[in-house]
Ligand binder design. Structure first.
Ligand code: TPP
Length: 191
């Protein structure tokens, strides 16, 4: 499965939900499908997308939060999984695109290439719903179930180590930040 196809397959369901991604290839791919003001692409702070998602999910229990993470990022902050499990936000779906590499910085292999099982690690950390999927059909089905389950889910999607040729976008970090902040604020006052 290609991550871009997986993102395309669930894109319509991201409307009205709060979305946080890691930097690099995932952010560029999602933007190539179409940026929305409810999307925040966390630059630089590798490993902390799920932590940012956790904070938003806890402060906005009225909204569902979707985090698009990467295997290298999760491995950089494994404690993030234990904290997710500890607070167990029922409105957070944590998707980990596992391409077994640090694709955005040259493709060095990560520990998942030699067998580390991120869904197993998440389950052992206490995340109540975990699953590994390997095809678009499995992914869309598991994503739908996760949204409907209303419980914390870590969904590991095994994807090919391919991405866009350039990770530069025309949306600056600050612009994205202020737009996203406004979105969060305005969506709070309208509810
Ligand atoms: C603390 C820190 N270390 C290193 C980097 C450089 N860096 C940016 S993206 C990336 C790889 C991310 O890997 P992964 O989460 O697997 O996502 P992929 O690039 O494979 O989509 C690295 C090492 C960084 N931004 N911050």
């Amino acid at each position: 499965m290609r991550r871009l196809d997986a993102l395309r397959a669930v894109y319509s369901q991201l409307e009205g939900r709060i979305v946080v991604t890691i930097m690099g290839a995932v952010a560029a791919e999602l933007q190539s499908i179409g940026h929305r003001p409810n999307f925040f692409y966390l630059q630089h702070a590798m490993g902390l997308a799920s932590s940012l998602g956790l904070g938003i999910a806890l402060s906005r229990p009225d909204r569902q939060v979707v985090v698009f993470d990467g295997d290298g990022s999760v491995l950089m902050n494994l404690g993030g999984l234990t904290t997710l499990a500890r607070y167990r936000p029922r409105n957070l779906v944590h998707v980990v695109f596992d391409n077994e590499s640090l694709l955005s910085v040259g493709g060095f292999p990560t520990a998942t290439s030699t067998g580390s099982d991120l869904a197993g690690i998440a389950a052992a950390a206490g995340v109540p719903r975990t699953q590994t999927v390997r095809s678009i059909d499995e992914f869309t089905h598991a994503f739908d179930e996760a949204l409907a389950a209303e419980d914390l889910t870590t969904l590991v999607a095994k994807v090919e180590p391919v991405g866009p040729s350039a990770y530069v976008t025309d949306l600056s970090l600050l612009e994205n930040r202020f737009q996203f902040q406004r979105y969060l604020k305005e969506s709070r006052t309208t509810r």
